[in-house]
Design a protein around this ligand. Sequence first.
Ligand code: IMP
Ligand code: MG
Length: 206
Amino acid sequence: MAPLSSPGPDVTSGAGVPQVADIAGERLAREDPDLGEVIVTEDEIRDKIRELGARITADYAGRPPLLVGVLKGAFVFMSDLSRAIALPVEFDFMAVASYGSSTRTSGVVRIVKDLDTDLAGRHVLVVEDIVDSGLTLAFLLRNLAARQPASLAVCALLVKDTEVTAPELSYIGFHIPRDFVVGYGLDVAERYRNLPCIRRYNGQLP
Ligand code: IMP
Ligand code: MG
């Protein structure tokens, strides 16, 4: 079928030809001095999601999980991860806010948006973008465990090399250095969530 408008460079197919998202991400990075080196590439994310999806599909055979996304950061990861799971999963979302700075957790967390689903008897898989100190996750798991799920596990895309002791981290995408990172759902003041890869942020943190 003929394209409706002038197509520009062919970015849709072919080995070694960059995808549309690559090009948008490259351009964003070129135009923004605060964006540093790529920590996890788009290809690495894609491969890892396939691997995690296959593991989750095998582990949850016969007991499809309720995916609980932690907003807002997890929305991109959850979208891609869910499509790599070959089970009839269900979705719900929760939003939490930490008192104090938006870039460092105080440990005192409050629920901004709660789940719509009753967790009793459900197999709950929490989908997180990043675990730094683990304080947010510890709060969440305590809170969710009290609702009597049949099982409770966590899939985190990124885990920082900080002291993290969260035994329920069943699925981990990547261990990364302590630097502040953005992209693929992760933000600074709501920006950069649409970067297709994970980059170091070299700007001033609010
Ligand atoms: P924790 O409670 O210290 O584990 O922090 C978790 C939350 O802090 C994440 O859900 C993010 O919202 C935010 N966060 C921690 N590190 C980063 C980062 O490098 N980039 C963006 N957000 C981060
Ligand atoms: Mg954030």
